[in-house]
Design a protein around this ligand. Sequence first.
Ligand code: PMV
Length: 347
Amino acid sequence: QIIEKGAFQWTAPSNIALVKYWGKKANQIPANPSVSFTLNNCKTITKLAFEAKKNDGSFSFDLLFEGKPKEDFKPKINKFFERVAVYLPFLKDYHFVIDTENTFPHSSGIASSASGMAALAMNLMSVEKALIPEMTNDYFYQKASFLARLGSGSACRSVKGQIVTWGKQANIDGTTDLYGVEYPYAVHSIFNDFQDTILLVDKGEKQVSSTLGHDLMHDHPYAERRFAQAHENLHKLIPIFENGNLDEFIKIVESEALTLHAMMMTSMPYFILMKPNTLEIINAIWKFRETTKIPVCFTLDAGANVHVLYPDNVKEKVLQFIKDELVGYCQNGQYLCDQIGNGALQV
Ligand code: PMV
């Protein structure tokens, strides 16, 4: 099959880990398995146009961010192309124009690498599918997640499904270090429309890149225990996802967030990625939960922003609480309302 030119467009969402991926081996193999909620509103929209060129042994692409050339993203994409070239032999046969934008404000402190790399991987798979039309749907999505992983580890969890697990787990068929898979067991309906309100505490540049963060786990004094704990927490989540016991869910999710930050505080060099307002918010959530018995909890990424997680049936009360008590801790009062979503979509 020879195709001269064409274009595809995909959206891919961000995701929020419940059990965190922190630490990796060579080739973006995770040191421990993780699981995340796929988000719905925070996403990247990427159009990929391609046109045949002479294969001169090098990659050729232009990169547009919000319609304007963006030179400083290019090295990252080039590195990604180098990593995936053996799996996508057509890469050097085309000139690409990658035109990308996010639905969330840039420099919001929300990492766009997961949604961005997933959206690019989907587009590249569409090119491959155009060249190999007999490709199955399963193969398409698995390989898209596999490629996304090579761009940014957590991106492999942004491809398909509401709850996605990545990383080999003992006794759980189908789990693999190579790509994300839809959570394979029963999930209680309380999780179907779970909410994630993201409080933007600090919109600045990330203090620690995730690359450096993962590296710090290499000779970290608590690494092995932490990796084992991630396996244990995933195991404990199996009955919790099934029976919808939110008290137990909250314990694991909050402990995972604090453990991620504890790993950074106890590495060498060490970092504190929370801000005073992060702690104010956590304390306010705990107080609200204790007094109202409403099952709301927090999780954190490798930064100061707080993800507030709660079921849809308490949405009104939690949003009122956020407006009354938490917005004051957000930079410029900004927060983003999101909820669990389904993954990447061709548009
Ligand atoms: O995908 P990376 O390399 O940016 O790592 C992301 C790590 C965390 O967001 C902190 C945790 C996770 O599992 O998403």
